[in-house]
Design a protein around this ligand. Structure first.
Ligand code: GDP
Ligand code: MN
Length: 396
């Protein structure tokens, strides 16, 4: 589950991580109230209006703007709220902005220079350990830094039995070129950040930029937080942070009925049982010149009702030009699935795309007969390759 910037910052702060203070608002009037409140609490005279969408690169897309008066807070919020924000990480049509975060301005001038850093915490799958990835090159996207100046990216791996040790936090602060108060602040920042990552069962934190203010405080200016879905049952209170408006509508609907569905860009809808077979089916579709429109594992209980639900979900995607049903009957009986296909076809009445069905395993022969005798426009095959060839034919 991904969080909005403001939610991520609140979560970090609850574990003692210093953050740029802010208040979320969904109207320009509330934005002004938020700005006044921040001024009282922090003494700030300038504010930043930040679009809250699940995508990075908002600054580049015009979704992060500095406001130097309450009037500007109002007019900028008015412009940003409701806009379709296009960033390098959104689709071409962009993402609708429903909320803005009004923050204190933290780039004020002072005794020393401000500096921006990059810090993330994530799992290194190759070593099976969490690591802190960090760089002096904050504020830019890390992919660019990795490409042009890879030597400016450091990593620190954490032993799961020991946790993050003091010397490791100090090494981060040292490599970031800090000294004095900023050095101490950074070691505290990194330690609390790691604690937050572990305790919240997150799978990714990306803080870009982490700012050293002109008075040597270290604070999170941005936050990208992903909570591990498999651990959400341990954090019932996090459910309220889910913003379904940010998620793919078809996936939300499929997940609500217990289907394992992932929306993809292609044109061939897939209904498969078992994740392994689903992956193999997607490969096969690609080899035959098609592109999978989705990943769908209907699971081990692929009965008639589930098959029909699967069809309804797949057909919500307007790009689907053909559907490949690939079921291996072990516990699942193929004739039941075939009945599901026939029922769905009849009940829905409006399936216009060709359907290729490969049913193999328990009661496969009965299944094939059932489909052939139904008189419906369903292509029944037995071999994997044959299925792919037929997909190619119908797409031609
Ligand atoms: P992103 O573009 O989606 O990564 O959004 P960020 O939260 O990282 O903000 C983008 C940029 O806005 C940052 O890199 C900063 O340069 C700038 N910014 C953020 N907060 C402040 C602030 O308090 N004052 C000023 N002047 N600039 C800020
Ligand atoms: Mn950022």
């Amino acid at each position: 589950m991904n969080l909005h910037e403001y939610q991520g910052k609140e979560l970090l702060n609850s574990f003692g991580v210093n953050i740029q203070r802010g208040i979320v608002a969904d109207t320009p009037e509330k934005a002004v109230e938020a700005a006044k409140k921040l001024a009282e609490e922090t003494g700030t005279g300038w504010w930043v209006v930040k679009a809250q969408v699940h995508a990075g690169g908002r600054g580049k897309g015009g979704g992060v703007k500095l406001a130097k008066s309450l009037d500007e807070v109002k007019s900028i919020s008015n412009d940003i709220l409701g806009m379709m924000l296009i960033t390098p990480q959104t689709s071409a049509e962009g993402k609708k902005v429903n909320q803005v975060l009004i923050t204190e301005d933290v780039y004020y001038p002072g005794e020393s220079e401000t500096s921006e850093f990059y810090i993330s915490v994530l799992l290194n799958r190759a070593t099976g350990r969490n690591m802190i990835m960090y760089s002096t090159e904050g504020g830019m996207d890390i992919e660019t830094v990795a490409e042009n100046t890879p030597h400016l990216i450091f990593t620190e791996e954490v032993d799961p039995k020991l946790g993050l040790l003091g010397f490791q936090a100090r090494k981060v602060a040292f490599n970031l070129g800090l000294s004095g108060k900023a050095f101490k602040e950074m070691t505290k920042f990194v330690s609390s950040l790691y604690t937050a990552y572990i305790k919240s069962d997150s799978s990714m934190f990306e803080i870009n930029p982490v700012l050293k203010t002109s008075d040597d405080k270290i604070i999170a200016v941005d936050s990208k937080v992903t909570i591990d879905d498999n651990a959400l049952y341990r954090h019932k209170d996090y459910a309220a942070m889910r913003d379904l408006r940010e998620e793919n509508a078809i996936e939300v609907e499929a997940n609500a009925v217990g289907l394992n569905y992932v929306d993809l860009d292609g044109n061939v809808g897939c209904m498969v049982n078992g994740a392994g077979l689903a992956m193999a089916t997607m490969d096969l579709i690609k080899q035959s010149g098609g592109e999978p429109a989705n990943f769908l594992d209907v699971g081990g209980t692929a009965d008639a009702e589930r098959v029909e639900t699967g069809f309804r979900i797949i057909l919500k995607d307007p790009n689907v030009k053909a559907i490949l049903v690939n079921i291996f009957g072990g516990i699942v009986r193929c004739d039941r699935v075939a009945q599901g296909v026939v029922d769905a076809y009849r009940n829905m009445g409006n399936i216009e795309v060709p359907i290729i069905v490969r049913l193999q395993g328990t009661n496969a022969t009965e299944a094939k007969t059932l489909i052939e005798e139904s008189g419906l426009d369903v292509i029944s095959v037995t071999e994997f390759q044959e299925a792919a060839d037929r997909v190619k034919e119908v797409l031609a």
